[in-house]
Write a protein that binds this ligand. Structure first.
Ligand code: AMP
Length: 280
């Protein structure tokens, strides 16, 4: 496994593989890797020849400095996991390498980044788009693999590639969960033992909400989720919404979407968790 900190060497290595006719699969991450990340690597291995994983905690996508500072980091553990999984290249740049100068580009994703995560984390998706755009420009992947865990991010990255004419296919991959249903996340490490026991309530509530779909209105399902989460005192609901999976437009009637999806964000202590689930 090659580990590069510099853009120049990463480009040279990848260009040489491309010249040999190899296809490049890319998995961008912020490290503190778990099986969810590694499932993206597995998918990439099925679809492309050379697997590149980036590990970079991107300051531009953190609207909360405390969250950035507390974000888990484990470079040594990450390298071991990626090596074991058969990754070819790890790109782990410094902040200086990625942002040699202050960058102030603003993307316009219309409605897509104004709702849910975009509404509650101002500037977050602009920071995500900025880094992913830069990474695509360095790696030139044929395919890039993103988790449905961050579903809104996936939709926005697909939009980014369309509006910037980027020659990369964006592949969405299923959410990996712990045995009790909690969506795997680097942030789960920060939960106390007590909070970790409570955390699967998000998944359980989403699952019950999906089961209600056939005999309840959209409004009734939204109320159910709010009430259900309120029962667990330790969890503070930030939002729950049901929106179309492609347009992310909130729906009021089931007939308004062929692909409705429930999106939830909540706080457990000082850890913010998100999850989502398809309603069909
Ligand atoms: P992150 O390191 O949180 O930026 O995540 C890097 C990539 O891993 C993103 O595409 C995430 O959606 C994906 N990912 C994170 N957690 C999971 C999970 N539990 N299942 C599937 N993909 C995930």
């Amino acid at each position: 496994m090659q580990v590069f900190e510099k853009i120049k060497y990463t480009r040279e290595f990848i260009n040489a593989r491309k010249a040999e006719g190899k296809t490049i699969g890319f998995v961008p991450t912020m490290g503190a890797l778990h099986e969810g990340h590694l499932s993206l690597v597995d998918q990439a291995k099925k679809e492309t020849h050379i697997i590149v994983v980036s590990v970079f905690v991107n300051p531009a996508q953190f609207n909360n400095p405390d969250d950035l500072q507390k974000y888990p980091r484990d470079m040594e553990g990450d390298m071991q996991k990626l090596k074991q999984r058969g990754v070819d290249v790890v790109f782990a740049p410094s902040e200086q390498e990625m942002y040699p100068e202050k960058t102030s580009r603003t993307y316009d994703f219309g409605h897509l980044d104004k709702v849910m995560e975009g509404k509650h984390r101002p500037g977050h998706f602009n920071g995500v788009a900025l880094i992913v755009h830069k990474l695509f420009d360095i790696i030139h992947p044929d395919k890039a693999f993103f988790g449905n865990k961050d579903y809104q991010q996936l939709v926005i990255i697909k939009q980014l590639t369309r509006q910037e004419n980027l020659p990369v296919e964006v592949v969405g991959c299923p959410i990996l969960r712990e045995p009790d249903g909690l969506a795997m996340s680097s942030r789960n490490q920060r939960l106390t033992q007590q909070e970790r026991k409570i955390a699967p309530v998000l998944y359980q509530t989403l699952k019950k909400a999906v089961e209600l779909r056939n005999h309840q209105t959209v409004d009734a399902v939204k109320r159910f989720v709010t009430e259900e989460i309120k029962k667990t005192k330790a969890i503070e609901l930030e939002y729950f919404d049901i929106a179309d999976s492609n347009t992310l437009t909130s729906i009021n009637k089931w007939s308004e979407s062929d692909n409705p999806r429930g999106f939830i964000a909540a706080w457990l202590g000082d850890v913010r968790l998100i999850d989502n689930m398809a309603f069909n």
